[in-house]
Design a protein around this ligand. Structure first.
Ligand code: GTP
Ligand code: MG
Length: 266
């Protein structure tokens, strides 16, 4: 075959992508990447200083993918270094530690930081997100359960995996699904394909269930100011009842949330 034709075909099949890792300091971002790329685990904590950069090649179907991995430091101190690296990413690995609730709660602010830094470039529909509920090997200290993590991720159209960089659980499955979704997206004209199985509930429903679960008192549960009038409480209740009624809402945890709202308004 003509070598130029052959080269063109090969080029068509090869793909270069950029992925970044995000999440609080010490949740295990670098260890997840190390486990995948180097098949090893380092128990000692070595904080990433600014950014770690690495390249790896993976095969997805008939394509060779060259992956540029930018492993971000989670510490707030490195914000100035990190913010340069958000743009032009096709994939984001969002990591939290299942034993630290604040690292899970921080996922929203990581997304917000990313959106802010990308500015007008922020087209979240052209990025594949995978959420890693990490350190699942430490079962005794787990505080964020699978349903809560999965709900947060899937209600946003993100992939969800339970992982342990220590044991290796979920790591290769996560990366395989991640790279395959990025390849699908690139083949789909840069738009994230809608998941084959729709989750069947909305982000608003998922976020409301999460807020109710974590509410500190009845006012907080209803989403009203302390001392709100009966009328305001009734209004909030009606809105929640429509949103979470078990006949209308199939999100995991909706029944408990609906029950809890009914109890505080009685
Ligand atoms: P920054 O670079 O500071 O943002 O942290 P990071 O998110 O990259 O964390 P890193 O990968 O350095 O891991 C932090 C600590 O958690 C280290 O002591 C790791 O050995 C430990 N660790 C990471 N993943 C796991 C895991 O799955 N299980 C257990 N038991 N420990 C883990
Ligand atoms: Mg790190």
């Amino acid at each position: 075959m003509d070598t130029n034709v052959q080269k063109r075909r090969e080029n068509k099949k090869s793909l270069r992508v950029k992925v970044i890792s995000l999440g609080n300091a010490e949740v295990g971002k670098s260890c997840i990447i190390k486990r995948y790329c180097e098949k090893r685990f380092v128990p000692k904590y070595l904080a990433t200083i600014g950014i770690d950069y690495g390249v790896t090649k993976v095969q997805v179907r008939d394509r060779e993918i060259k992956v540029n991995i930018f492993d971000m430091a989670g510490h707030p101190f490195f914000y100035e270094v990190r913010n340069e690296f958000y743009k032009d990413s096709q994939g984001v690995i969002l990591v939290y530690d299942v034993g630290l609730r604040e690292s899970f709660d921080a996922l929203d602010s990581w997304l917000a930081e990313m959106k802010q830094e990308m500015g007008s470039q922020a087209n979240m529909e052209s990025i594949v997100f995978v959420v890693c509920a990490n350190k699942v090997d430490l079962t005794k200290r787990r505080v964020v359960d699978e349903s809560e993590g999965r709900l947060w991720a899937e209600s946003r159209g993100f992939h969800y995996f339970e992982t342990s960089a220590q044991s290796g659980e979920g790591i290769s499955e996560m990366f395989q699904a991640f790279f395959s979704a990025i390849t699908d997206m690139c083949e789909n004209g840069g738009k994230r394909p809608t998941p084959e199985v729709s989750v069947g509930f909305t982000k608003e429903q998922a976020d409301t269930i999460r807020r109710i679960r974590n509410s500190k008192d009845s006012w907080d549960m209803l989403g009203v100011k302390p001392g709100a009038t009966r009328e305001e409480v009734n209004k909030a209740y009606r809105k929640l009842a429509v949103l979470l009624h078990p006949d209308k809402c199939v999100a995991p945890g909706s029944e408990d949330a609906f029950k809890a709202v009914n109890e505080v308004t009685q």
